[in-house]
Design a protein around this ligand. Structure first.
Ligand code: HEC
Ligand code: HEC
Ligand code: HEC
Ligand code: HEC
Length: 426
């Protein structure tokens, strides 16, 4: 009798423990959404249709249309010309489209609008430019593979109905995160990473990295390629470009210095992944898509903007310091980076002029002058890498400052070498 009671008690205890575990799982560790999973059609790109099933995510996505300056004074969602604050941009990008039009980035819903309206687009613009602006890439690439890249953009436009929307990052059937940009998948494959097998934590950065990264167009095919074979640091990519991959030797020839220049494109993923947060496993989504609560439901904010607009949700999940302290830290880093960015940019602008004058001297040592051009190409690549990155150094403060320090040194060496070559003293 006694032992029967004992077993009953154990059984009851076990049932109770299992019940508690189930309750904890249901209420505390519940996945972010409690909305029902519905299979959306593979050809559905309209975010409003997805939004019927996922209203919290959709409503927060709509906030991406808001245009406001940033609290830090850097970045922000207003379409300002960058050359107003940094006129050296006009000299350094002389002879190419970024000197005509180079605006601050804004929310994802504007990506196609801004692409169609920028003065950088001409009838010669290749289809590859839409790779990072629209979810319609998914079906276009399925249809014709990389052949879309060399088609004129204007011919592809009728097939493009939506900007960056849900389908860029989600499989409509399962809602799992996905990467649709073939350039990212290929570049990661070369680094030994299979995106299809990637853990969820990594996908929370990969979905962003598929667009927020440095790239170039392969001559002839116009395929988008991420120059990552030698590594993700600016110096690694510079070495990659100096091997002249598939004959790609420059983006443009600078009209003053006659240096073969490279243009850096928003290497947010590369800079962030080497920073203290990236190395600690903090994903882009942790800061830019923090968890929010509404009516007892937990969801990821789809208002992908400056995290400083919601420091509590974005930073204070991990940091105990108060909001003002965190904002000040970010601003201090950014101010330090901006100061060196201006010094580098201005020294480079001066060097373009001096190399131009040196080139006009009849008895100039051509070999030495070419060395000066190479130094200037390197200096500008490093400056541009940090200037084109979107966080004003916050994503990786020491890498940003180190890169700008090297850039300033290279720019001064370019100046000295040009003067030596021409016997001048500019
Ligand atoms: C730029 C990429 C991106 C876009 C665009 C995007 N999402 Fe997400 N979405 C994410 C990420 C990252 C998560 C977090 C997933 C995780 O951690 O598993 C997420 C999570 C979700 C979830 C799971 C629940 C949650 O809130 O965490 C739903 C549902 C969802 N998104 C719906 C949508 C809808 C609807 C749209 C279009 C209006 C959309 N998403 C657009 C990246 C994106
Ligand atoms: C399909 C390509 C693509 C994907 C995927 C993507 N972005 Fe973007 N992102 C862009 C483009 C293009 C812009 C600039 C749009 C404009 O200015 O018209 C942009 C703008 C932004 C901005 C500036 C918004 C503002 O208010 O100023 C932030 C922040 C941002 N993206 C972060 C992210 C994060 C974080 C992810 C992943 C969760 C992500 N992006 C995924 C292409 C992408
Ligand atoms: C630790 C938090 C954190 C992580 C992780 C992070 N960011 Fe940021 N990001 C920031 C902060 C802070 C800023 C500066 C915002 C400002 O100046 O208002 C910023 C700025 C940006 C901007 C420019 C926003 C604007 O207003 O123009 C983009 C784009 C961006 N990040 C993309 C990314 C991408 C892509 C990743 C992942 C590869 C990433 N971030 C990872 C905190 C983070
Ligand atoms: C998921 C956790 C997580 C989130 C979210 C997060 N951080 Fe951090 N942060 C860390 C870790 C880990 C470190 C490394 C140092 C440490 O262990 O304290 C760090 C370091 C820092 C540092 C010192 C190092 C440096 O690079 O200057 C600052 C400043 C910082 N974070 C600011 C922020 C801000 C601002 C945000 C929000 C935009 C943020 N963090 C969001 C985890 C996080």
């Amino acid at each position: 009798m006694k032992s029967k009671n004992f077993f009953l008690k154990i059984l009851l205890g076990m049932v109770l423990i299992i019940l508690i575990i189930i309750l904890i799982r249901v209420f505390l560790l519940a996945p972010a959404t409690t909305e029902k999973l519905v299979a959306i059609s593979d050809s559905e790109y309209d975010p409003a249709v997805w939004g019927k099933y996922y209203p919290l995510e959709y409503n927060s996505y709509l906030k991406n249309k808001e245009m406001a300056p940033s609290l830090t004074g850097f970045g922000g969602s207003v379409k300002d010309q960058k050359s107003i604050k940094e006129p050296e941009i006009l000299v350094n990008f002389k002879g190419m489209a970024f000197s005509k039009d180079y605006t601050e980035d804004r929310g994802h819903p504007y990506a196609m609008d801004d692409l169609e309206k920028t003065k950088r687009v001409t009838p010669a613009t290749p289809g590859s430019c839409m790779t990072c602006k629209t979810a319609n890439l998914y079906e276009i690439y399925k249809d014709m593979g990389w052949n879309y890249a060399k088609m004129p953009l204007t011919e592809l436009l009728p097939r493009i109905k939506h900007p960056i929307v849900c389908a860029n990052c989600h499989d409509p059937q399962t809602m799992k995160l996905r990467v649709i940009n073939p350039a990212f998948i290929e570049a990661m494959q070369k680094r030994g990473i299979d995106i299809a097998q990637a853990p969820r934590e990594d996908m929370r950065s990969y979905v962003c990295g598929q667009c927020h990264a440095e790239y170039y167009f392969e001559p002839g095919t116009k395929r988008v390629i991420f120059p990552w074979d030698k590594g993700l640091k600016p110096q690694d990519m510079y070495a990659y470009y100096n091997d002249i991959p598939s004959g790609f030797d420059m983006d443009w020839l600078h009209p003053d210095s006659q240096a073969k220049m490279l243009k850096a494109q928003h290497p947010d993923y590369e800079l962030a992944s080497g920073g203290i947060h990236g190395k600690s496993g903090v994903s882009c989504a942790d800061c830019h898509m923090p968890y929010m609560r509404e009516g007892g439901r937990k969801y990821s904010s789809h208002w992908v903007t400056s995290p400083m607009k919601h420091i509590q949700a974005s930073c204070r999940t991990c940091h105990t310091q108060d909001e003002q302290w965190l904002l000040e830290r970010v601003k201090t880093t950014q101010n330090n980076v901006f100061q060196l960015q201006r010094i580098a940019g201005q020294t480079i602008a001066r060097a373009h002029g001096v190399l131009g004058k040196a080139g006009a001297v009849a008895k100039v040592n051509k070999g030495e002058l070419d060395k000066a051009r190479e130094l200037l190409r390197n200096a500008q690549w490093l400056w541009d890498f940090i200037a084109a990155e979107n966080s004003m150094g916050f994503h990786n403060p020491d890498q940003a400052l180190n890169t700008l320090g090297q850039s300033i040194d290279l720019a001064h060496r370019a100046l000295a070498t040009a003067n030596r070559a021409a016997g001048t003293q500019y």
